[in-house]
Design a protein around this ligand. Structure first.
Ligand SMILES: N[C@@H](CCC(=O)N[C@@H](CS)C(=O)NCC(=O)O)C(=O)O
Length: 205
């Protein structure tokens, strides 16, 4: 049995979208939990077994998987589809690269930038928003998607910070158009509507 610990809307919304893209929404039980929000509202939910009180968390028959990219990899391996090149496909390596680059480089860089943090060691280790954008641009010039001619879970994950924080959107039509294409996908639109219904329900619970 697959159970997703979810707070609406949040980073775990991306797993709802992935499940929808994979056609497995009905195979995942949702558990709505509270989380500590950046505005000081909410708090860690004792019903959430995530070791840091975060979402997303996936429970597969008692095995717990945290980290969005790990959950995406886990689900796309469990339910093979065109959303993820499988082992043996020459695109598998680039696909894994985007998933890991997101968590190890892109998200730290965007958070440092959002927080106004600047330090030579941070720059040396993670580079900065210019390097992030250059990397995206190089892929999208071959595009239209990160891996080339079709949308994958890498697009779903990597575009997401720009979808949340439009103020972080690079002044680059190539990147902005790709983000707009990702946001306009029916699964993404459905997640937004679903989250809008779930959020007040949970707040009232
Ligand atoms: N690196 C983690 C980050 C998870 C994360 O920070 N989730 C936020 C929701 S947007 C959260 O649960 N925050 C609550 C907290 O920090 O206590 C991932 O990508 O899954």
């Amino acid at each position: 049995m697959l159970t997703l610990y979810h707070a609406a809307p949040s980073r775990s919304s991306r797993i709802l979208t992935l499940a929808d893209e994979l056609g497995i929404t009905d195979q995942i039980t949702l558990k709505l939990v509270d989380i500590a929000r950046n505005d000081g509202k909410g708090g860690a939910d004792p019903a959430n077994p995530h070791p840091e009180g975060k979402v997303p968390l996936l429970d597969h028959d008692g095995a717990l998987i945290s980290e969005t990219a790990a959950i995406m990899l886990y689900l796309t391996d469990l339910f093979p589809s065109a959303l993820a090149p499988q082992q043996g496909d020459p695109q598998r390596g680039p696909f894994l690269t985007w998933l890991f680059w997101y968590g190890s480089v892109m998200e730290p860089v965007l958070i440092h930038s959002f927080a106004g943090l600047s330090h030579p060691i941070l720059t040396k280790t993670f580079r900065g928003t210019d390097a992030v954008e250059a990397r995206l641009r190089a892929a999208l010039q071959k595009g239209p998607w990160l891996l080339g001619d079709h949308f994958t879970a890498a697009d779903l994950l990597v575009h997401s910070p720009y979808a949340w924080f439009s103020e972080a959107m690079p002044d680059d039509p190539l990147i902005a158009d790709w983000v707009a294409r990702c946001i306009a996908r029916p699964a993404s639109v459905r997640t937004k509507a679903r989250d809008a219904k779930l959020a007040p329900q949970h707040a009232a619970a």
